[in-house]
Design a protein around this ligand. Sequence first.
Ligand SMILES: [Zn+2]
Ligand SMILES: [Zn+2]
Length: 642
Amino acid sequence: MGKITVTLQDGGSIEVPESTTAGEFIGELLSNKQRKNCLAIETDGQIIDLVTPLTSDITFTPVLKDTEKGLEVLRHSTAHVMAQAVQDVFGKEVKVAIGPSIQDGFYYDFYRDEPFTPDDFEKIEARMTEIVRSGASFSRSIMSSGEAIARFEAEGEKYKVELIEDLGQEAVSIYSHSDFSDLCRGPHLPDTSYIKAFKLLRVAGAYWRGDEKRGVLQRIYGTAFFDQKSLKKYLNALEEAKKRDHRKLGRELGLFTIQDQIGPGLILWQPKGAQLRRLIEDYWKDEHYKNDYELLYTPHIARQDLWKTSGHLDFYSENMYAAMNIDDVQYQLKPMNCPFHVGVYNSEKRSYRDFPIRWCELGTVYRYERAGALHGLMRVRGFTQDDAHIFCRPDQLNDEIYNILELNLHILENFGFSEFDVYLSTRPEKYVGSTENWQQATAALEKALERRGLDFSIDPGEGVFYGPKIDIKIKDQLGRSWQCSTIQVDFNLPERFDISYTGSDNTEHQPIMIHRALMGSLERFIGVLIEHYAGAFPIWLAPVQARIMNITDAQGDYAEQVYRRLREAGLRVEKDVRNEKLNYKIREAQVAKIPYMLIAGDKEKEEETITVRLRNGKNLPAMPVTEFAEKVLAECRLGRGI
Ligand SMILES: [Zn+2]
Ligand SMILES: [Zn+2]
């Protein structure tokens, strides 16, 4: 048998016989402590566990506990343990399908006639605990596909049989622990005792292989960690996220509703949500105006020919809704605003002196999303993009990108986001435009990021086919990342529409077009805002800033009068003059997360003041009505960054 060389990245290397497993040699290359924490090894982005025989020279890094990759190995192994526990508890009539690790946990799909209930989780978890405690080793074996099919067929595991048949390989790997075996590529933990903390979370329907015609399986989701403390922390965060769920808060605060009668993925903004949206739109427009943008409005449909010219029918048709016939001409709903802005560009002859042209629009677009993918405000079928297109000369590209970044971050920071993950995506394999243009544009994006002092990662080859792009993700209060802004240079659309300007040399040139969405879509951004603030919006964004309430009927008229005065001063106020106890009114206002509760009693009425109570329960001393109005207006100016 031959020898192979295994090299520890930043460490020594040794020669071992071919087919040695990492478990057999890492002791010689790693320190004792690392050896104890090593779950697998990584080479060329591939994770290989400690029981897989190696057939060629490798250079590796250890995959340690408490790393993302370590957690993946742990979680997928826990999925196997869960599958065994389910069959141990409910019998082999339950069939197993697939069980990968996913972000934050794992799942396993089962076929069973009866539904799993949360009560079943306890039984499954109890059996899992026994398996974990037994410290059963995971072992790996190679079996010919024919042999594996015969084996799984005998066990009635038809999903496994189908998977092996589809793989079409000569042989497959099987992982076993205790008396459970599963078709699997790995990697796995050395043994089950590494699983120190786990929890089953929920069960949901899932189509076999994502195919609606293939019948529904039951998907049990769970998570696992290397210690109880991390699990607790995660479960607490999950609880907090549930409380902040924008669908729940949207209902409770009367922000938006989605109804079957209207259609899935279509948002109805209720008055308070519409107010919130208006505030965001007004702020957005003001900021763009200050930064030399001009506002456009464009229609929702256009002739199908436009989408042919733009390339959407070729490249984007699966996201577009069917055509409609108007006067024997085919029209289609817009999935994007870009071609319309090109239309505005073409409405006049352009010269090099006109640049840069900065046009923005809150443009409502319609895109097909699978029903199963729809999610509250986060994924919808009709949404409003906060879109902008910049047309400029090549010599202006650097400054324009920088200005966009500057405006983006300024606005996002004003909404309360301070942490960003920034990505620069470069030329993919399939692209349009000259390599020279790509280089120039990519360099411009990179320079602007550096000039703004932003840390960023490069996503090689992840640019759109028509140009490189910058993506900005924002981090919310719970540390979750949300895709938000995108800035894309486009060489394609100017070419397709053959747009031009007259240069200083008196000949025609093609301008550069930049697409930019700052918030992404208003729907999604508002969804993120709701969860970020848990519905308790800062004063400048609060749909209702104050609610006035009387103590007894004796101050009913006075409360009405205060309400009127504050409305006229431009405050967003409500009144509660019902014949109810004050405490009851206060509680309701707190549930509605209204920043200020204004209390009118006899003393206030006499002195023409109001007592101000904050949503955190604190009271401010009584103050004249005008003083309160001034205070709120000043806070709004501050909030809007004026
Ligand atoms: Zn596996
Ligand atoms: Zn665009």
